[in-house]
Design a protein around this ligand. Sequence first.
Ligand code: GLN
Length: 200
Amino acid sequence: MKIGVLALQGAVREHIQQIQSLGCEAVEVKTLVDLTDLNGLVLPGGESTAIRKLLDRHQLMEPIRSLARQGMPMFGTCAGLILLAKEIVDYEEAHLSLMNVVVERNSFGRQVDSFEAKLEVKQIGADIPAVFIRAPHIASVGPNVEILAEYNGRIVLAKEGQYLGCSFHPELTDDTRLLKFFMEMVEDFHQSSLANSNSI
Ligand code: GLN
């Protein structure tokens, strides 16, 4: 499997290393050609407004939306979740506007209030370490969104079909269970694409 990691700004290297540790190929996505032949895409944490500006400058918004329409699995972590969301509290416009969630930015305090917590995650397991850094939370979800984890009564991990989004940074820990869960989504998409192409 070949996974792209959007590499315009933010926590890119850690995602690349974690993907490689599972024996998969990881590619830094900076320009249009880097999106070729990917099986899945990770949108990392960083600063969503900065990443958005760079997405526009590198003309990557529409190509990523087009891959989404083809069903490509996408995993947004922290700022990446904000990029995926269809709505952002107090903002008129969303960014990629793909996942049916409303997110609120900087919900857990300032940079100095960054912290690590252990989460109970549905379908995955207990004691999943999660690093929160000026993290957003999911304020509400649409009808087809599965809530997978909450922290202090706030939604911090959810899945809607091909999209997985979390408030925190799973790539800053040694626990790869969440990434493995995403890789299963990628594998399912790959198998169904093969089945479709064989039936033509
Ligand atoms: N606060 C950042 C934003 O709004 C997200 C922080 C992060 O990705 N760690 O984009």
